[in-house]
Design a protein around this ligand. Structure first.
Ligand code: GLU
Length: 421
């Protein structure tokens, strides 16, 4: 079986619930509270028509899930991918709840997805699909209720269409309904780089903790979208050597290092990183197993599993993706002393700057990139330090530690609010 086939066989919702159960056990969580937090609050599935360029009408399926609203409006991205399922969106929504709690921003968790390969749509079709999906989920979203953002295969343009659609129906401009917008529409400086920047902050702290000199480390990155490609650039700026990267079409490897600016230009021209001069083409899954000090999975779920965990050679795994490592693989890596920076901490920079964007929108304010990056650095530094302290105190891995912090925070908020009615 290929990594893709293995990944497709593991249900991310079961993984997410299992991770929650481990934390709930360790926290001795009240059984009633456990039952509440173990399920999403709301799940919406919509089937909606889109007029295609050839005049035909196609029906697409999409989901919006709100896992938890205890600490604030639900927050989380919308992805466009042919493999989206309701269970995947539920898992991603639950992970958003913990992510927002780990970094201490006042949101619950949500997520959305449409089953579509957007690379097969024209720009006009993509806009029509986005506007209709935004309309379908309008029963749930809103600046005080549930705030979407970009995720896999969605971007600032898609957010602009969503914001415009919502605003047209409201009869006035509502910038705070989505984040990750273009700067000209109330988007935040630094939001586009935020996920990668947060990941790199975490890596800097992990390297310090492990006594690694970043200018002497090698990096492999699976995924060359918003998180992966920008992490490649930022980590190179820290002096590290990126030796392998991949995108959905495959990967490239050069033990001497890749010039990231040139790889970005190559991908723009050829639509793939493969064929990059001076590098060897390798498979997407082989990128995980190359000789490197730090591995950054920045693509999809279930990439590091019990099948390949023993072959991971990195000392640090920094999860820029959501859910890239299965619980079996987690155990194996921990046993081997691999330092894991878990997704709910490692990629929380994105939603943190989304929070800044929402605050700026509600206040009709605009902060400089320096201010945004400094506030992001403060939040990521504190969250990393709190997670590390918890891992040391509880003698556990960093994922368990992050879950202990997050689940406790959400549980506290839920129980102090009390049960209605
Ligand atoms: N999609 C991103 C994530 O998985 C960002 C979500 C947001 O900014 O709301 O964290």
């Amino acid at each position: 079986m290929t990594t893709e086939q293995i990944a497709a066989h593991i249900n991310p919702w079961e993984v997410a619930q299992h991770q929650f159960d481990l934390a709930a056990d360790k926290l001795n969580l009240d059984p009633g509270l456990r039952r509440v937090l173990r399920q999403p609050r709301r799940e919406l599935t919509v089937h909606f028509p889109v007029k295609m360029d050839d005049g035909s009408v196609q029906v697409f399926t999409g989901h919006r899930v709100q896992h938890n609203l205890g600490r604030g409006p639900s927050k989380g991205g919308i992805r466009y991918h042919q493999d989206v399922t309701l269970d995947e969106v539920k898992a991603l929504a639950m992970w958003m709840t913990w992510k927002c709690a780990v970094v201490g921003i006042p949101f619950g968790g949500g997520k959305g997805g449409v089953v579509v390969d957007p690379k097969k749509l024209s720009s006009k079709e993509l806009e029509a699909l986005t506007r209709r999906f935004a309309t379908e989920i309008e029963v749930l979203i809103g600046p005080e209720r549930d705030i979407p953002a970009p995720d896999v295969n969605t971007n600032a343009q898609v957010m602009a269409w969503m914001m415009d659609t919502y605003s047209m129906h409201a009869g006035h401009t509502v910038p705070g309904v989505v984040t990750g917008k273009p700067i000209s529409l109330g988007g935040s400086e630094g939001r586009n780089e935020a996920t990668a920047r947060g990941t790199v902050f975490c890596i800097v702290h992990a390297a310090r903790e492990l006594g690694l000199d970043l200018s002497d480390t090698t990096i492999a990155i699976q995924g060359f979208g918003n998180a992966g490609s920008i992490a490649a650039r930022l980590i190179s700026e820290e002096g590290a050597t990126v030796v392998a990267v991949s995108d959905s079409t495959g990967g490239i490897h050069n033990p001497e290092g890749l010039d990231i600016a040139r790889v970005v230009a190559w991908k723009k021209e050829h639509g793939t990183v493969q064929g990059f001069p001076g590098a060897t083409d390798v498979s997407n899954s082989a990128v995980l197993e190359v000789n490197c000090d730090i591995l950054i999975p920045a693509a999809l779920e279930n990439q590091i599993t019990s099948r390949n965990a023993a072959r991971i050679r990195a000392r640090v795994v920094a999860e820029a993706a959501n859910g890239p490592t299965t619980p079996d693989a987690d155990q194996e890596l921990y046993r081997r002393g691999v330092f894991m920076i878990p997704d709910i901490l490692c990629n929380a920079g994105g939603v943190t700057v989304s929070y800044f964007e929402w605050v700026q929108d509600l206040n009709r304010d605009h902060w400089s990139e320096e201010v945004v990056n400094e506030k992001l650095r403060e939040i990521m530094t504190r969250a990393f330090a709190e997670t590390l302290a918890m891992a040391k105190r509880e003698e556990c891995d960093m994922r368990t530690a992050a879950y202990l912090l997050a689940v406790q925070r959400v549980a506290d908020a839920t129980s102090i609010r009390g049960l209605y009615p």
